[in-house]
Unconditional design. Structure first.
Length: 107
């Protein structure tokens, strides 16, 4: 199954969400804290076991992106207000977390 690619991305700082409009027109609104809690990098997820290392409760309630940039044609690199910036959020990963909040399929 091919990886879906977003048609539009918007940061809504006042609402604390990243809005993703998928190619089919489905919209996902991912809260910043939820997104940071689901960072896929090796500092947050064990590379070999897939076990989440990051304690979700350790993520500040007021977390927000300081910088967001494209990582090639396959995802986003986000520098967070807590100093973390090693995760690359691939389109595939963003689609998975979108489904977890009910906005990636038909939503």
């Amino acid at each position: 199954m091919p990886v879906r690619v977003p048609q539009n991305l918007r940061l809504h700082s006042a609402d604390g969400v990243l809005e993703i409009v998928w190619s089919e027109g489905n919209v996902a609104r991912l809260p910043f804290r939820f997104l940071r809690q689901h960072c896929p990098c090796a500092a947050c997820v064990h590379e070999f076991t897939g076990e989440r290392i990051l304690n979700p409760d350790s993520v500040p309630l007021d977390i927000h992106p300081r910088q967001v940039e494209l990582a090639g044609n396959y995802g986003l690199k986000i520098a967070w207000s807590d100093g973390h910036s090693t995760g690359i959020f691939t389109w595939e990963h963003l689609e998975q977390v979108s489904r977890a909040v009910g906005g990636g399929e038909g939503g």
